[in-house]
Design a protein around this ligand. Structure first.
Ligand SMILES: Cc1cc2nc3c(=O)[nH]c(=O)nc-3n(C[C@H](O)[C@H](O)[C@H](O)COP(=O)(O)OP(=O)(O)OC[C@H]3O[C@@H](n4cnc5c(N)ncnc54)[C@H](O)[C@@H]3O)c2cc1C
Length: 539
């Protein structure tokens, strides 16, 4: 791999050509916006990374850390220091394209075992060296910035072993640095699945999922990462905490919950025990529907969640604009299909597509799909078979590859997500759309993709031409206003991305000063020197 700026910010391998479906999207948006931007914001970054500011780690500290992990597991080269001091937030990508990474780490250290992590944290506490745990770097919340320099722990290099798989308990215990595909391959070979498939699945780790309190695309059926996590081991500067794998316990507040969403501020998650399920893809049923508008689609979805007859695993609705773009991508606009849909009352820029996929025992999948079809009919839904779901599943990870070439073309593209109760969902959807669409030439595609009995998430994808040389400042202002709108309309600061440093200034307001003070007290107890990911979660 070439050690270029591009290799540091690119999703996946920077040298792999983009595939056909992504090329179609880029063509669509570049034609739509007729973009001609050519500034530091969309530089391709093909040059090698060479920094003026070299590592400021003292020779004695480098030597002490080298003694712990061995010299092959510590590096201070420019490329690694940049690569491991940023995630995949749009602002991170702008900074690296402009070759202006800001304050970065002084060294990247790859521990081989838990004992090495403990020694590193104890040494760094004594020396007041900041430590940032790094899984696969897919954070989109500025959680991986290193404002105090220090070291980054590369958890994925060595700490990706499977410790124990128990088909009897239906659990697997793994080291935190294991990537999604390695975990799933191991389980599938034994006829099981974890069921956690974030869009970043290919390049994210199990401990990263836990630390960001994430949710996979099939979370409606399988649960979020906090539902799947049975037990943890966490190495903190003050010592190791291990929670037990009891199926349930009544022994005071659940300490495990402290680390779900901890974003590296309390310690390093070294091991995770996850719940797993039987893998029966032969029984999976897919069905999709058109609804006449977003309201009727969400009514059908909500009733399904309340019906007590099982729930789909994958359960999504695209709003009118997202449905419209999807149909255009498939070149269906103006075709016979489009005309028939319009004739039946499923009109352009009103109709919404719902995708449903149910897994498990064949009787269960049949029961849930039958119930969903019945409810869809009640709300005017038109069943259009399994094809849209199958196509979506084929491309489920591919839109992650879209952002780099879109930015090359001078297009701003980013997302924001929130969770909201059913009663506030439509008000929030409308308010956010109004805010985003008030910007010139801006697309706003929205979907619901994680559903609960009491509400759902809303996930907004927005795209527009970049603002030229002021893109970073313009984007920051736009983003701040967007978070305000979500906050005012009753949405959570985040549903599954975490908050890192992106919206952490609002955390105290969101949870209240007393609750935030409790987090601070816990931080003092576990990390008295304040070395763990300083500033994330506003701690
Ligand atoms: C294209 C794209 C799509 C995405 N889709 C989803 C999605 O569908 N669902 C979802 O939930 N998220 C999604 N995300 C966000 C991101 O992938 C998740 O937050 C993921 O869980 C991060 O895992 P990671 O291993 O990459 O962690 P990193 O990005 O490396 O780290 C994230 C945070 O966890 C901390 N951390 C990492 N490892 C450890 C450890 N061992 N111990 C303690 N703290 C640790 C870091 O310090 C940081 O604060 C997406 C991101 C991208 C770029």
């Amino acid at each position: 791999m070439q050690k270029t700026w591009r290799a540091a910010f690119h999703w996946g391998n920077a040298e792999t050509p983009i595939d056909h479906s992504i090329a179609k999207h880029i063509e669509y948006f570049t034609q739509l916006y007729n973009v001609k931007t050519n500034t530091s914001s969309n530089l391709p970054g093909n040059e090698p990374i060479v920094l003026k500011q070299k590592s400021r780690l003292k020779a004695a500290d480098l030597s002490a850390l080298t003694k712990i992990v061995g010299k092959e597991n510590i590096t201070t080269d420019d490329f690694s220091r940049v690569r491991y001091s940023a995630g995949k937030f749009y602002g991170d990508l702008l900074k690296l394209r402009a070759k202006n990474p800001g304050k970065i780490a002084d060294a990247v250290v790859a521990p081989r075992h838990e004992e090495e992590i403990l020694k590193i944290l104890q040494y760094c506490s004594k020396r007041k060296i900041a430590v940032t745990p790094f899984g696969a770097g897919s954070s989109v919340t500025r959680a991986l910035e290193t404002p105090k320099g220090g070291i980054v722990l590369d958890m994925a290099r060595h700490m990706h072993r499977v410790i124990e798989f128990s088909p009897v308990n239906s659990t697997i215990t793994v080291e935190g640095g294991i990537l999604g595909p390695a975990l799933e391959k191991h389980l599938n070979e034994d006829g099981f699945t974890c069921g956690h498939f974030p869009q970043s699945f290919e390049y994210s780790t199990v401990a990263g999922w836990v630390a960001a309190r994430g949710a996979g695309q099939a979370s409606t059926g399988y649960g979020r990462i906090e539902d799947l996590t049975v037990a943890l081991r966490v190495v903190t500067p003050a010592g190791i905490i291990e929670t037990k794998d009891y199926p349930a316990a009544s022994i005071g507040p659940d300490i495990k919950q402290l680390f779900l969403g901890s974003e590296g501020v309390f310690g390093v998650i070294s091991r995770v025990t996850l719940k797993v399920r039987r893998y029966k893809p032969q029984n999976t049923r897919h069905v999709s529907f058109f609804f006449r508008n977003f309201e009727t689609a969400t009514n059908a979805m909500r009733e399904m969640m309340h019906a007590q007859s099982g729930v789909p695993h994958l359960f999504r609705i695209s709003d009118a604009e997202e449905t419209d773009v999807a149909l255009k991508m498939k070149k269906l606009d103006g075709t016979m299909i489009d005309k028939v849909l319009t004739f039946l009352g499923y009109r352009e820029m009103a109709r919404c597509l719902m995708l449903v996929s149910v897994e498990g025992d064949s009787k269960y999948t049949s029961l849930v799909t039958k119930k969903m079809k019945k409810l869809a009919r009640k709300h005017g839904g038109l069943a259009v078979g399994s094809y849209p779901v199958k196509k979506w599943l084929e491309q489920r990870y591919s839109s992650a590859y879209m952002r780099d070439p879109m930015m090359d073309a001078g297009i701003r593209i980013d997302t924001i997500e929130t969770a909201v109760s059913w009663e506030k969902l439509h008000g929030l959807h409308q308010a956010v759309r109004q805010y985003i669409k008030a910007q010139p030439q801006t697309s706003c595609l929205t979907h619901i993709s994680h559903v609960y009995e009491t509400g759902a998430n809303l996930y907004f994808v927005f795209a527009s031409p970049m603002a030229g040389p002021n893109e970073a400042q313009d984007f920051a202002k736009f983003h701040k206003g967007l978070v305000d709108v979500i906050f005012k309309n009753g949405g959570s600061l985040s549903h599954h991305h975490g908050i890192g440093r992106l919206t952490s200034d609002r955390l105290r307001e969101e949870i209240g000063p007393l609750a935030h003070d409790i987090l601070k007290a816990i931080k003092r107890q576990l990390d008295p020197a304040g070395i763990m990911n300083p500033g994330a979660l506003n701690l």
